[in-house]
Design a protein around this ligand. Structure first.
Ligand SMILES: [Zn+2]
Length: 287
């Protein structure tokens, strides 16, 4: 009897085939994945989307995914992720930490020049905004947006204007009433996500890839969260994109839209996964 290879063995093969090093034009696969369509996301009056945190999802069809990367840019890993995306003709959304953008402005400009959407992930990534006073919460967001705008050579741009999309994601998805109100007043959308590879936990790239593909097979579609500052993620992204291609997924790219957002309500019985995570992290930190 022939034994079927495990998903992890398949993932290891994909990683080997895609190559773990930086991709370059000569090494790109001829049948690239590409970006299937642009999804303009309107944020007038605010928006809260992403099933891990909010009971609303982006309007995606079966096997459609949106790729988002958090916490960058980082010089050791982000260029490898950008190389892989360029090789496959795939566009993504980067939720940047403001002080990282200030430290590596050339990477921010590269993201913009290669067609990615730039978005804010606060100035310095406090573990939770909820332990800050309201003024400090707002400052984290304002400074985050301002640092990305400055990296783009647009120091006078208001949050969400110019080259930065009006998209905001909180560290650990921990929103606050003050920042949500601030964002809604400025037509800035708040993004959670629908699924993740848990790539903040250390694991081998092939394990991370098999876990990501398994979760995606279960969800069938969705906005995916990865971290371009993680070496294990930079190592798995080329193979992940190849796997999306071979398994028939289509990449949808979010851009600033006009008007109010169009979202799809969560299924009956939905509950926030991130509130449980925030509560358990808080308990762990208290001991
Ligand atoms: Zn983060």
């Amino acid at each position: 009897m022939t034994r079927l290879p495990t998903r992890r063995a398949v993932a290891a093969g994909l990683l080997a085939a895609a190559g773990a090093g930086p991709a370059w034009a000569g090494a790109c696969a001829p049948d690239r994945l590409g970006t299937a369509r642009i999804l303009p996301v309107g944020t007038r009056g605010g928006l809260q989307v992403g099933l891990k945190t909010y009971p609303a999802a982006l309007p995606l069809g079966p096997k459609e995914v949106v790729l988002t990367f958090d916490d960058g840019p980082a010089p050791g890993t982000t260029p490898r992720v950008l190389d892989a995306l360029a090789c496959e003709g795939v566009r993504a959304t980067f939720f940047l930490i403001g002080r990282n953008a200030a430290a590596h402005p050339a990477l921010v400009r590269r993201m913009r020049d290669e067609g990615h959407s730039l978005a804010c992930h606060t100035w310095s990534h406090p573990w939770t905004m909820r332990d800050l006073g309201e003024a400090a919460q707002i400052q984290q967001v304002e400074r985050g947006f301002a640092a990305i705008s400055a990296a783009l050579g647009e120091p006078d741009a208001r949050p969400g204007q110019g080259g930065v999309a009006p998209f905001l994601r909180y560290p650990g998805f921990a929103d606050t009433p003050a920042t949500n109100a601030w964002a809604a007043e400025r037509d800035i959308g708040v993004f959670g996500c629908d699924l993740w590879a848990s790539d903040w936990v250390r694991m081998a790239p092939d394990f991370q890839l098999s876990r990501m593909l398994e979760r995606l097979a279960h969800a069938g579609r969705g906005m995916i969260l990865l971290h371009d500052i993680q070496p294990q993620t930079a190592a798995m992204v080329p193979a992940f994109l190849r796997a999306l291609k071979s398994e028939g997924y289509a990449v949808v790219h979010m851009e600033r839209g006009s008007g109010a957002a169009v979202t799809v309500p969560a299924r009956a019985g939905w509950s926030s996964e991130t509130e449980k995570i925030i509560a358990s992290t808080r308990r762990r930190r208290a001991v």
